[in-house]
Design a protein around this ligand. Sequence first.
Ligand SMILES: [Zn+2]
Length: 370
Amino acid sequence: MVKKYFLLQLVLLVLLSSSKNIRAQNQLDSILPVRGFAIAAPPPSYVDSFVTFIEKELAPRHVNTLILRVDYNYQYNSHPELRNAIALSTADVKKIVSACRNNKIRVIPQINLLGHQSWAGKTENLLAKYPEFDETPEVKMPEVYKWPNADSLYCKSYCPLHPKVHGVVFALVDEICDVFEADAFHAGMDEVFYLGSDKCPRCKGKDKAKLFADEVTLIRDHLAGSKRELWIWGDRLLDGWATGIGMWEASHNNTHAAIDMIPKDVMICDWHYERADKTAVYFAMKGFNVATCPWRNPAVSVSQLKDMIAFRYESTKVMKPRFRGMIQTVWSGPSPFITGFYQNAKDPKTGDNTPWNSFRQLFDEINKMK
Ligand SMILES: [Zn+2]
């Protein structure tokens, strides 16, 4: 009898705490619909640790969106030649998908399209296997990468007008969205410096804003065919000269006019790391859904959160729902991040300004609102 009573109490306690949790979730959803976290997908050997991190750290903080940079870290069947040597299996991916589903986290896989086709001295798999897609084949990869350099090489791009490039990349996009059971895809598309090269026989002389917009639209239309949303980073749509935001977080290569040429249902991930730039307002006024994305400065992240809340509170009924929320970005793989997070490690250069401190403080503030 005592045992039965104890069990009943336990069941009631679980029900009560889960309904409390659902109430908190619902309340947060109305204050800040997107509470995101963006990071590289783990290597196969780290999947279990990553799943534990989802369950123990992301879910209790009410993170509800996980953007995972997969790129070539999956055993693609459509193009096995593009797999990394060590890459996630379907079973690995399903472990992540199931952890996210159980915790009501929307997973959005990412493959960098258009730009970021190389990193430092390394050409990424697409251009390594299909060099004919390279927008600037005349630019040779350096032995030792340095910035700045004579070629203004930051990252390689593929040529958006190459007749065969989309046949390859869309096969990867479809496959990764299917395996992640995703209703949205993140195409990256940030920091595209090589675009419309004067030496590219197809792109030469073309309007760079139009080239960028056409590529965004093509990807968006492809995804719409399977009822999926396109998410991109917002920097190419901002005028780096007029705003003083510069060539990284905004555009110095004449792509910003693309903001008036792309479909309004593309979700903008508006990243700013040094200041709480108010560019979310600009995107929302142009009709886009937007989330603000901080990195490693906790004070800036919290300030951006306050702005996002204020934008939602102070906007018209039409604009308010476009201010979607916040996404913590992490530019390492999960292992260094999670290690730094648990060790409360300082960065040798930036001290306490670390992505894990930003994540902790941002989500502490978010969770105070429920
Ligand atoms: Zn081209």
